[in-house]
Design a protein around this ligand. Structure first.
Ligand code: ADP
Ligand code: MG
Length: 394
């Protein structure tokens, strides 16, 4: 913790609403996971082959961010470790958002076998042989969890998945490797090479977005564990649950908003966290998220966003690609840079859409054929403008 943060924490700021800050953090996993009983049951049942010393089948967890995939995998593995301490099985968990290359994943797998290899610079095959040798002498079944595996597949294809599944053919009967792959994208299995796919056919466990009652239960649990008794209004939780259910069904976001609402209420020295705090918190968290995305954008993407704001501010004009392009040309010349082509700008509109920064609707027919029309931006125009202004686009 930096010094100034420690200073704030311990000196003048007393927590009037928050009882236990940890509970409101992303890394906290509660003992029960409301709304995920079925996935927990199914995954536990798949792993139960280990109880009779058989290899469990491979599994793929599939669902959008914040649907409890990581929480469920960790919850169930913890349960197995606690309830069956003498199980002849090992679990290795690797998060591929940190280990994005096959090399880094293999480095982690070696570590989980107790083998230390250099974090870079070795030939891949040497690392592979070391892992296989270590595993051969381990005398236990192995369950490997590859979380956020879509990032690994994007970088390195399915080569490592393929190698790990194929390894089973060379193992003696008492050894086995089962894969649990976790993906935020629905079609990640379809994108594997046909050869890789034919040797890897996991059971699929779907994680649908949370609905309003489920999000309410999740928030209720955090409020009971993390906030002081009598310092929050139920209406506030209901409001957050309903907003998030409409937008995304992402539990991470719901919990972020709850934490923000509690902090806003404390900063105001309010006695209670109310629906008004929740409403403010939604806007603040939105702005933070959008700001993080906008900061990573190249200059022309930002100029295009500013141009969209220019056009949307004039309510009589339809924000079609052509109109946006002309506003963008003006922006570019003000900024003193050469504009990109219309074709490129049209592609960038799609990118901005997939990053959730704008909403596009196709309009078919008409004099100029089909056009993309921007309906709205992720933030109110005024907020988007001031965000861009902070980044030098005025
Ligand atoms: N059913 C649930 N009950 C309680 N907390 C949950 C539940 N699902 C997710 N969470 C919490 O929401 C956050 C995001 O969940 P996570 O499992 O990391 O999502 P994913 O891996 O699908 O992106 C975590 O802080 C997690 O503890
Ligand atoms: Mg996750």
């Amino acid at each position: 913790m930096p010094l100034d943060e420690a200073f704030i924490d311990t000196s003048y700021m007393s927590y009037t609403i928050i009882k236990d800050k940890r509970v409101l953090r992303d890394s906290y996993i509660p003992d029960t996971l409301p709304g995920r009983e079925q996935q927990i049951f199914q995954f536990s049942r798949i792993l139960s082959d280990l109880l009779v010393d058989q290899p469990p089948s491979d599994v793929a967890f599939i669902g959008k961010p914040g649907t409890g995939k990581t929480a469920v995998v960790k919850h169930v593995i913890k349960k197995y470790r606690n309830e069956y301490p003498n199980l002849r099985a090992k679990f290795a968990y690797v998060n591929c958002s940190q280990a994005t290359t096959a090399y880094r994943v293999l480095y982690q797998l070696n570590r989980s076998m107790g083998v230390l290899v250099p974090p870079s610079g070795y030939p891949f095959d040497v690392l592979w042989d070391k892992f296989v040798d270590a595993y051969m002498t381990s005398n236990s079944r192995l369950v490997i969890v590859l979380d956020e595996v879509d990032l690994l597949v994007k970088r390195d294809g399915g080569r490592l998945l393929y190698a790990l599944t194929r390894l089973n053919y060379d193992l003696p009967e008492e050894l086995s490797i089962s894969l649990v792959v976790i993906s935020n994208t629905m079609d990640f299995l379809e994108r594997l090479d046909p050869r890789e796919r034919s040797s890897f056919e996991p059971n699929r466990l779907q994680f649908p977005p949370y609905n309003h009652p489920q999000l309410y239960q999740i928030l209720r649990q955090r409020a009971d564990l993390g906030l002081k008794v009598g310092t929050w209004e139920d209406e506030a939780l209901q409001y957050i649950a309903s907003r998030v259910a409409q937008e995304s069904g992402d539990a991470r976001r719901a919990i972020d908003i709850l934490r923000m609402a509690a902090e806003l209420a404390e900063n105001e020295r309010a006695e209670k966290l109310t629906k008004e705090h929740a409403i403010m918190a939604v806007d603040t968290v939105n702005e933070e998220e959008v700001s993080i995305t906008v900061r990573t954008l190249p200059l022309h993407h930002r100029l295009i966003l500013a141009a969209i704001a220019d056009v949307l501010e004039r309510p009589v004009v339809r924000a079609g690609t052509g109109t946006i392009y002309r506003a963008y040309e003006q922006r570019a010349s003000l900024y003193g840079v050469k504009p990109l082509t219309m074709r490129r700008v049209s592609g960038i509109l799609r990118e901005l859409e997939s990053q959730g920064l704008i909403e596009i609707e196709m309009q078919y027919g008409g004099a100029r054929g089909n056009t993309k029309v921007v309906k709205k931006m992720a933030l109110p125009l005024r907020q988007m403008r001031s965000l861009l202004a902070q980044m030098g686009i005025r």
